[in-house]
Design a protein around this ligand. Structure first.
Ligand SMILES: Nc1ncnc2c1ncn2[C@@H]1O[C@H](COP(=O)(O)OP(=O)(O)OP(=O)(O)O)[C@@H](O)[C@H]1O
Ligand SMILES: [Mg+2]
Length: 198
């Protein structure tokens, strides 16, 4: 069983969207459960409005459903405290820290990385504005320079995400080219994670 935890020090950066789409990716490869530990119950609500292709469990009932799973994706609230992040890292195979590509997010991410030290984590740059904006690339370069392990894959900003959330489906099921391009970003992320586990 592989456990992925999506977390970070900041709210509204695409943690829940990332958890839902990584779970969608891994559901093609094995039995997948998304454990919803977000107090807004974003993933549970998403699933209730439609249907997601994996089990979504309230964190308070997770013990019952995770046994026998191949992949467990845990969505969490923002944790400003780096001690919490360290403890979370110990409980999973990989900690994923989504961050938006803005200047204000750079410094806190560098500090988080310093606190996390040798823990098993990677930053994910999300909600990236499209070309000609260079914000995503600049953020990636700055994080790398600061010694932060960062996924090569970035997730583009797309209105398809809120649309998919409303419809209760993964973005790959929206019949639109832009939505499929955004889904390809999460497929790229999933592939990178699989490479790490080889
Ligand atoms: N790549 C994206 N493009 C456009 N909108 C996005 C993208 N990712 C997330 N969003 C939107 O941004 C908002 C916040 O996303 P999400 O709920 O995943 O963040 P979060 O980090 O889980 O927030 P919280 O800390 O409140 O749990 C949502 O409305 C979501 O639809
Ligand atoms: Mg959330």
């Amino acid at each position: 069983m592989k456990i992925l935890t999506v977390t970070g020090y900041k709210g509204g950066v695409g943690k829940s969207v990332t958890a839902v789409h990584l779970a969608t990716f891994f559901s093609e490869l094995g039995k997948t459960v998304l454990v919803d530990g977000d107090p807004n119950r974003t993933a549970l609500g998403w699933n209730n409005r439609g249907q997601l292709p994996f089990t979504v469990a309230d964190e308070r009932q997770a013990m019952k459903v995770v046994s026998g799973s191949d992949f467990v994706i845990i969505d969490t609230p923002a944790r400003p405290n780096s001690d919490d992040l360290k403890e979370l890292a110990k409980g999973c195979d990989l900690l994923i820290l989504p961050t938006a590509p803005d200047v204000l997010s750079l410094q806190p991410m560098l500090e988080t990385a310093r606190d996390l030290g040798e823990a098993n984590y990677r930053a994910l740059i999300t909600i990236v504005p499209s070309y000609p904006s260079r914000e995503g690339e600049v953020m990636k370069k700055d994080l790398k320079q600061g010694g932060v392990p960062v996924f090569e894959t970035m997730i583009r900003r797309t209105v398809g995400f809120p649309k998919a959330a409303l419809a209760g489906i993964p973005i790959r099921d929206l019949d639109e080219p832009r939505a499929l391009a955004a889904w390809a970003d999460y497929e790229g992320l999933g592939s990178e994670i699989r490479e790490m586990w080889k």
